[in-house]
Design a protein around this ligand. Structure first.
Ligand code: GDP
Ligand code: MG
Length: 163
């Protein structure tokens, strides 16, 4: 069985862009509109010798009350349950948000392997802005740029090698 990676994070952080980068397909919906990918998308991917399955999700809102938002949260929870490792994607440019804290708390309770990816970090290597994500208590944040393909291979190797 190939390891399964779930992409989790609040809307608009770049999960679908990262999905496309990881799978070398454009299966997921990428849009400037938050939360457009409302269902899960599965894709096969490979970086060097490492092969994996990726699940994209619509954007997790832990306290989503009803309707489409509750459905998105449910889909995300199912994706996390199916995954061997969670890639928790945050927006390195926007910085830490309250929603990031909620998601981190949820993921910590699950006790599933979790790697923190600070996306949109093109040109931000060594930036002090990344340091605030340590507050999430999930360890090191890996700067990546899904749009530019930077840091993605190292992120995958870090996520999959312990499995
Ligand atoms: P999702 O809602 O988390 O799936 O986010 P999307 O993949 O739909 O991306 C949301 C927005 O962020 C789009 O406008 C993307 O073009 C943009 N985006 C995604 N990755 C990057 C990146 O690495 N750098 C920058 N600057 N923008 C990005
Ligand atoms: Mg999306």
């Amino acid at each position: 069985m190939k390891p399964v990676i779930a992409l989790v994070g609040r809307p608009n952080v770049g999960k679908s862009t990262l999905f496309n980068r990881l799978t070398k397909t454009r299966d997921a919906i990428v849009a400037d509109f938050a939360g457009l990918t409302r269902d899960r998308h599965y894709g096969h991917g490979r970086q060097g010798k490492l092969e994996y399955i990726v699940i994209d999700t619509g954007g997790f809102e832990p306290d989503a009350g009803s309707g489409i938002y509750r459905e998105m949260a449910r889909q995300t929870q199912q994706a996390v349950a199916e995954a061997d490792v969670v890639l928790f994607v945050v927006d390195a440019r926007a910085g830490l948000s309250a929603q990031d804290h909620e998601i981190a708390n949820y993921l910590r309770r699950l006790g599933k392997p979790c790697v923190l990816a600070g996306n949109k970090a093109e040109g931000m290597q060594g930036s002090a802005q990344l340091a605030e994500f340590y507050e999430l208590g999930l360890g090191e944040v890996f700067p990546v740029s899904a749009a530019h393909g930077q840091g993605v291979r190292g992120l995958v190797e870090h996520a999959l090698q312990p499995l």
